[in-house]
Design a protein around this ligand. Structure first.
Ligand code: 3H9
Length: 689
């Protein structure tokens, strides 16, 4: 039963009760409609509606969106509430989002607890409010606020909602406060739908269109939400409601909403694998080896969540450098308002930086984030063995190196795992948890416990060069370099991928992280690279010429005065020269071909990653590509995108590329299997299960 009700005197109490967050499904809608009739039959003075537990209501149950809309429809339920002669009061005890906020907007009054939030975040699921949100919000809080709230989807706190007129009052006990409202006063409140729509304001509409396009490029829902709000300024309420409803239903069926819903649920399903029951190590004290950019970010992230942190460096100079790096992050936290002075001081009190490894001896977990060299890492793990308690878990933050080889330098490789953070480590949500051949369940459980503590999205990965994310990214960059050789320029490739939905193309990203990183990786791979594999030396030449990217002021682009990127015609000359040496006839390559080759290259590599068991599921690859590598969330991640194209069609395109270069484009057996059996990648299971 997802709605409960009772009456006391002439007041009806209705509770939305569908744990954990009171998502509004068919039975809740039916329960609300029944409650309207019940209150009228009982001739009550008022109905107070609130939510059970921590939420008022998190919105429509998005799990229902995959099928056809089920009666009774929420707009009709809210219409009944709004038109009933028994006035309803929303006692907003927690989050009221989407349909939850729409229930409140249809009530005659809204009283919220101080910790409540109210918002219409439907665009984040690729839809628009579908139960009156677009029309009622603007009647209550004005056009400008409604546009921001709906087109950008950001919820507001109770005190802000009160300031803009969306709610009437803030009270510690909103149910009790609702019970005390004077009956005549309540009867005098005009139902929301009867309020006039705001005056049209072309400037406000134009400004929000520009803002939404900049913040959510490529996404349809924000644009459509603004269209519906704009139309509602001159349409009668019920005509505008019809337009809102048809737009909502159309978007719900669309590819973008499916992709965004997939990401919403994938993010929440990212947890320790079922059956991993070992107890994690104690995380109250965490050690980080190396206070460079990555180590400082990890340390700061752990400190911010209340942990004791020891940062280990190899000498006094390293200690000073680590202290400066962490201090910079603390200062930024303060200047951005995330930390106050006393919070910053408490954080400093929990931090120790030392070149004495023994200082970390009682930490439950050590995360090594030192220089990316097998020799350096093996040396560190040897030293850790000497000082750490035998049950401490040891993690390496390597991006590419073999976790098993690193683990072999510890007397007990079972306590070693990979924890691959992404820079900046205190901000980026992805954490690849790498299971080595000998990693124990306890070490793995510790990785997942850390992810939970740091509010990261954990994805389990097996050992291979680059794990899930960097392996796909390497293939992406390799194919991009081939496009350069075959006829493109870096800025054409970047522009094509930005149009696909990335915030930056691969060359701008390369300049940002430094071209020497990829160079070092390629040198490491020299010994094992298939001699028949096509190799493009352009990126190597860049490094040899000192074009290391932003830090050198010049890379694939120039950065005069350390400012924004500028196209460098010399790059084109250099590429033409390399193509001449390689006897490649360059040709025009358009944006569609660039996108197709790069995306197909990634999909094929990712399918192999799935086939080899490096990733446990297509969904995990989606999480990695979206949370770690900027793949557009509204495309649902790499594998969801592949499924939306259709595996059979992908294989057909790959066959053409494979015919031209069978080594690079060897089609993944996983794709062939799915195409042959009419399966989606999302359904793919290895033979081992
Ligand atoms: C809408 O309302 C359309 C209407 O305008 C029109 C209708 C006609 N549906 O996030 P958590 C589940 S569109 C189904 O871990 P938190 C979630 O999957 C909707 N399930 O907790 C998880 O399940 P599990 C607009 C939902 O405390 C569990 O609840 N609303 C929904 O970190 C706990 O969630 C939104 O976009 C849902 N709508 O955060 C709000 N919401 O335990 C979406 C949650 O099986 N929700 N679940 O993994 C949120 O932003 C957060 O969940 C919330 C709680 C802030 C509420």
């Amino acid at each position: 039963m997802s709605v409960t009700r009772y009456s006391e005197g002439r007041t009806g109490f209705v509770t939305l009760d569908n744990p954990p967050v009171n998502a509004i499904g068919k039975s809740m809608r039916a329960g609300l409609l029944d409650a309207v009739a019940w209150a009228e039959t009982e001739n009550l003075d008022r109905v107070i509606v609130t939510g059970a537990g921590r939420a008022f209501a998190a919105g429509a149950d998005a799990r229902e969106f995959d099928g056809a809309a089920l009666e009774p429809f929420l707009p009709d339920v809210l219409d009944a509430i709004e038109r009933s002669f028994v006035p309803w009061i929303a006692a907003i005890n927690g989050v009221a989002l989407g349909g939850g906020a729409e229930i409140a907007l249809a009530c005659r009054m809204r009283i919220a607890s101080p910790r409540a939030q109210i918002g219409l975040p439907e665009v984040t699921l690729g839809v628009i409010p579908g139960a009156g949100g677009t029309q009622r919000a603007m009647r209550l809080c004005g056009l400008g606020t409604a546009l921001e709230m709906i087109a950008l989807g950001k919820p507001m706190r109770a005190r802000d909602a009160k300031a803009v007129g969306l709610i009437h009052a803030i009270e510690d006990d909103p149910v009790e406060a609702a019970d005390l409202v004077n009956t005549e006063e309540l009867q005098c409140v005009v139902p929301t739908w009867e309020l006039p729509a705001p005056e049209p304001d072309k400037a406000a509409i134009g400004a929000i269109r520009a803002k939404a396009a900049a913040r959510m490029p490529g996404q349809i829902a924000p644009r459509r939400a603004i269209d519906v709000i704009e139309a509602g300024l001159s349409l009668p309420f019920h005509a505008a409601m019809k337009l809102e409803r048809t737009t909502f239903l159309e978007l719900k069926e669309g590819e973008q909403s499916r992709a965004l819903r997939h990401m919403f649920f994938a993010e929440r399903a990212a947890k320790a694998p079922a059956g991993l029951e070992a107890a994690p190590a104690d995380l109250s004290k965490i050690a980080v080896v190396g206070g460079g950019t990555m180590g400082a970010g990890i340390a700061y992230g752990c400190l911010s969540l209340g942990q004791q942190v020891v940062v280990l460096e190899h000498d006094a100079e390293g200690v000073d450098r680590a202290a400066a790096n962490i201090e910079k992050l603390i200062a930024k936290g303060v200047s951005r308002g995330r930390l106050d002075q006393s919070g910053a001081e408490a954080l400093r009190d929990r931090l120790t930086i030392s070149d004495e490894y023994a200082t970390a001896g009682d930490a439950g977990l050590v995360i090594e984030a030192a220089f990316e060299s097998m020799e350096v890492k093996r040396d560190i793990f040897g030293k850790l063995d000497e000082v750490m308690a035998p049950d401490a878990v040891l993690a390496t933050n390597t991006s590419y190196l073999d976790v098993d080889q690193i683990a072999a330098s510890s007397r007990d490789p079972s306590r070693v795992l990979g924890l691959h953070f992404f820079a900046p480590a205190h901000i980026m949500r992805l954490l690849e948890i790498v299971r080595g051949a000998k990693t124990s369940d306890r070490a793995l459980a510790t990785g997942f416990a850390l992810a939970k503590l740091l509010k990261k999205v954990p994805v389990l990965a097996g050992v291979c060069d680059g794990f899930i994310g960097n392996r796909i990214f390497s293939r992406y960059k390799e194919e991009a370099d081939m496009l350069l050789m075959d006829g493109s320029n870096p800025w054409e490739v970047d522009e094509a991928m930005e149009a696909f939905g990335y915030a930056m193309g691969p060359y701008e990203v390369g300049d940002l992280s430094g071209l020497d990183i990829g160079y070092a990786n390629r040198r490491r791979q020299d010994a094992t690279r298939d001699p028949n594999r096509r190799y493009v030396p352009i990126a190597d030449r860049m490094v040899q010429e000192g074009r290391l990217g932003r830090k050198a002021g010049v890379g694939w682009y120039r950065y005069p005065g350390g400012g924004g990127k500028v196209i460098d015609p010399l790059i084109e000359d250099m590429i033409v020269e390399e193509a001449h040496f390689a006897k490649v006839e360059r040709r025009e390559i358009d944006g569609d071909e660039i996108r197709e080759r790069l995306v197909l290259a990634m999909i094929n590599e990712a399918a192999d990653i799935l086939g080899e068991g490096i990733a446990a599921s297509a969904r995990d690859i989606d999480l990695v590509t979206v949370f770690g590598y900027g793949f557009p969330r509204w495309r649902g991640g790499l594998m969801h995108h592949a499924d939306s194209i259709g595996v059979a069609q992908i294989v057909e395109k790959l066959r053409v590329l494979e015919a031209a270069n069978p080594v690079i484009w060897k089609i993944s057996p996983v794709l062939l299997d799915c195409a042959e059996n009419g399966k989606a990648l999302a359904e793919w299971q290895s033979a081992a299960g």
